[in-house]
Design a protein around this ligand. Structure first.
Ligand SMILES: [Zn+2]
Length: 390
């Protein structure tokens, strides 16, 4: 059992309000943390650190918890660069573009899908992400959904069954038949590889009754619910999420006051995905209304080939600060502790004693630089469970 002291940390974000400056970020200056068997066992001033077997001197850099990216769609083939170019020249985004990726994904071999996930997870890791949630949703058949989840499971335990992403072309005239498939044979095949069940509750995808039926069936099969809600317009997604006790309502771009009231009186996390609004040139969610109402806010990438082909949590932080008026501290918290809350995890997203030693060393003196220096690669090294991964 080797005790490693990470020391000479100029600014340590613990996300433990009982640590350091007693802010939400629990900031410590001139700090150190001790790692043993993949866990944080001590945090404090470097000058009072206990003896260690090994020392890692980070030279005064800022250290933050690894990002928890609680929303991504990485199991797919092909890309939609041409669609993006067309959209940037004026064509609007609609849920239907998903079908293009479904065709490419169904035609791809397992090895091709798996290599693509590996490439994207590696991109995420190099940008400081240490926990990632991955959804299915580009298979939309019993076989393609279950193999998508089996592939995702090779990379993370946070796997989400999203058979209800969109109605596939072969069910175009029989949406209720497709809901029957999703809640029946497809769920049965997918459940062994999934922790979560999700539904795209939106005009053009699934309505409130369909979404409710899909989430309840998933819950009966032992999965926990999360919802794609209120992305493209006002709708029932947030209400359904609150009704079934979802861990998270994701997007939350078009919210009524009733939606905000429902979120604030529930434990549902509002997960905002600003890289989507950036990539689709759409209005951003009103983060300040959510924060003012006391709603727990998470930030995630929604990395997918259609509406947000970015794996970068630092980009999400910069957009949250610049475009949604979150403070740099609120944005960092949302990208770490907020993501952990959205996945109902208490072992990641913070660096308090007992946490998994998942942390990122920045080539900067403060986390503020993540928003202050957008587009600059500030991640210098990344550790998961105490082991260097990036
Ligand atoms: Zn999504």
């Amino acid at each position: 059992m080797t005790a490693v002291l990470v020391t000479n940390i100029g600014e340590l974000t613990t996300n433990d309000p009982s640590s350091g400056d007693e802010s939400e970020l629990g900031l410590l200056h001139g700090a150190a943390l001790m790692v043993e068997e993949g866990r944080v066992v001590w945090v404090g001033e470097a000058t009072s650190a206990p003896a260690a077997d090994e020392t890692l001197d980070v030279g005064g850099a800022a250290v933050i918890p690894g990002f928890v990216d609680s929303h991504s769609h990485l199991v797919f083939a092909g890309d939609r660069a041409a669609e993006f170019a067309a959209r940037m020249q004026g064509r609007p985004y609609s849920a239907g573009g998903i079908r293009t990726t479904v065709g490419a994904t169904r035609a791809a071999a397992d090895e091709e899908l798996s290599a693509n996930v590996a490439r994207l997870v590696d991109e995420m890791t190099r940008q400081g992400t240490t926990t990632v949630e991955i959804k299915s949703g580009y298979g939309l058949s019993v076989l393609d959904e279950s193999r998508s989840l089996a592939i995702a499971r090779q990379f993370t335990d946070e796997t989400t069954f999203l058979g209800a992403h969109v109605v596939p072309p072969e069910y175009a005239d029989d949406a209720s038949g497709y809901v029957e498939l999703v809640t029946g044979a497809m769920l049965e095949a997918a459940a062994p590889y999934a922790r979560w069940v999700d539904v795209f509750c939106e005009a053009g995808a699934f309505d409130a009754d369909q979404a409710r039926a899909i989430l309840l069936a998933g819950m009966a099969a032992g999965l926990q619910p999360r919802v794609h809600a209120n992305q493209l317009g006002p709708g029932p997604g947030v209400q359904v999420a609150c009704e079934v006790g979802a861990a998270s309502a994701d997007h939350c771009t078009h919210l009524s006051s009733t939606d905000i009231d429902s979120l604030s009186s529930s434990s549902v996390v509002a997960t905002l995905l600003p890289a989507v609004e950036f990539s689709t040139r759409s209005p951003y969610p009103e983060a300040r209304r959510l924060l003012a109402a006391g709603v727990t806010v998470a930030l995630a990438s929604d990395c997918n080939p259609g509406s947000s082909y970015s794996s970068s949590m630092p980009l999400c932080i910069a957009l949250a600060v610049r475009e949604m008026r979150m403070s740099p501290a609120e944005a960092l918290w949302a990208a770490t502790a907020g993501g952990a809350a959205a996945l109902r995890r208490d072992d990641v997203g913070h660096l308090g004693v007992g946490a998994s030693a998942d942390f990122t060393v920045l080539a900067a003196p403060s986390y503020i630089h993540l928003a202050y220096r957008p587009g600059v690669p500030l991640v210098s090294s990344v550790f998961a469970a105490g082991r260097r991964v990036g």
